[in-house]
Design a protein around this ligand. Structure first.
Ligand SMILES: Cc1cc2nc3c(=O)[nH]c(=O)nc-3n(C[C@H](O)[C@H](O)[C@H](O)COP(=O)(O)OP(=O)(O)OC[C@H]3O[C@@H](n4cnc5c(N)ncnc54)[C@H](O)[C@@H]3O)c2cc1C
Length: 330
């Protein structure tokens, strides 16, 4: 009887592959359901793509819109609660100024924020024909990812460093596998639609008064952004499709920093701290679905492109719903 009782409290077991922002937020939600969760990661958390990101609430290179919108809305709400009640999480809200070039204005995603407003034409930079202002969360990866790891451990989960070559190495090892391997899905489950989108940013010391975040697109969708964080500022950036080179290119930095200075002249004398390069897990659409292979239940949650931080809590909620359907709860 005693053994049975303790087995029941353990709950269904799950391996979550990936300790980026997607794997960690997913693991938190599964642990809250009572699952017994072990996270596997190939590299330390501060070497993941998630660590490189800006990371502000703004969907980029991600689809489909009809799923991204509700996921982004949930993430916004959770970020609000974290900013208010969990100072360790490194989440702060900033006013985002968003500029668009000629007739390429997309406001669909702003509907996931509580409100947004159009900027007067006279206030726009020369490269823009339209601009909007809204309040968005910025999740400082240096604090947010360790905060999530701490949550995982507090809830009884484990994080182990281990490289897999294929998901099938885990078949039969747990009731549920959750695939949050980002770009790793290309080899782990042979998804050839997953492609890197190389992103380079520069971390600088934030000049005094650098409060607002700015994102501007040129014609051709070249992106320039300024994201003030807790005590530094991320300047970006690049988005090179099918480019997996993680070496920093000084010429790229020179170019986007100059564009940032055009938007905020105070950045001209900002102290450069660090180049950072990450590979966004590009995919035509986020893959969030369950499949059964050789009797193993797998929930996939990967392919978040340039929006992992924007949709993470919404996707984690969807995985939790799927998990209840697939393995139940204790
Ligand atoms: C420069 C840049 C700026 C960005 N800015 C933003 C932003 O402002 N807002 C936003 O929302 N998003 C932004 N993004 C995108 C965001 O960073 C990604 O969408 C997000 O990090 C993806 O998270 P992930 O957990 O899926 O992947 P990752 O962080 O790459 O994590 C993948 C995990 O899977 C593990 N894994 C992979 N393969 C294996 C294997 N074979 N065995 C074991 N483990 C494995 C890895 O070790 C890692 O733990 C940015 C990205 C970049 C590069």
């Amino acid at each position: 009887m005693e053994i049975l009782a303790s087995a029941r409290t353990t709950g269904p077991t799950a391996y979550v592959v990936g300790a980026g922002v997607i794997g960690l937020t997913t693991a938190v939600r599964l642990l809250e359901l009572g699952l017994d969760v072990t996270i596997l990661t190939r590299e330390p958390i501060d070497e993941t793509t998630s660590h490189v990101a800006g990371a502000y609430w703004h969907p980029f290179a991600v689809a489909p819109k009809e799923r991204v919108l509700p996921w982004a809305r949930i993430t916004y709400r959770v970020a609000r609660a974290l900013a208010e009640h969990s100072p360790d999480a490194g989440v702060a809200f900033r006013t985002l100024y968003k500029y668009y070039p000629a007739d390429e204005v997309h406001t669909w995603w702003m509907n996931a924020a509580p409100s947004y407003e159009q900027l007067p034409a006279a206030t726009l930079p020369p490269t823009a024909v339209a601009g909007y202002k809204l309040t968005v969360p910025v999740m400082d990866s240096r604090y947010f990812l360790p905060y999530l790891v701490a949550q995982v451990r507090t809830l009884g989960g484990r994080v182990e460093q281990r490289t897999l070559h294929h998901l099938d190495e885990l078949y039969g090892a747990a009731d549920l596998l959750v695939n949050c391997s980002g770009l790793g899905a290309a080899s782990l489950n042979g998804d050839t639609t997953v492609q890197p989108i190389r992103g380079q940013v520069l971390r600088v010391k934030a000049p005094a008064g650098m409060e607002r975040a700015v994102v501007s697109f040129d014609k051709g969708w070249r992106k320039t952004y300024i994201v003030p964080r807790t005590d530094d500022c991320i300047l970006g950036g690049t988005a090179d499709a099918a480019d997996a080179d993680t070496t920093a290119r000084p010429a790229d930095a020179e170019a986007f920093v100059e564009r940032c200075i055009q938007l905020r002249p105070a950045l001209r004398n900002a102290e450069w701290l660090e180049h950072r390069v990450g590979l966004r897990p590009g995919r035509p659409e986020i893959r969030l679905e369950t499949e059964h292979v050789d009797g193993q239940a797998i929930i996939h949650n990967y392919g978040h492109g340039g929006a992992g931080y924007t949709v993470c809590w919404g996707c984690a909620a969807s995985v939790a719903e799927e998990a209840v359907r697939v393995v139940g709860t204790p």
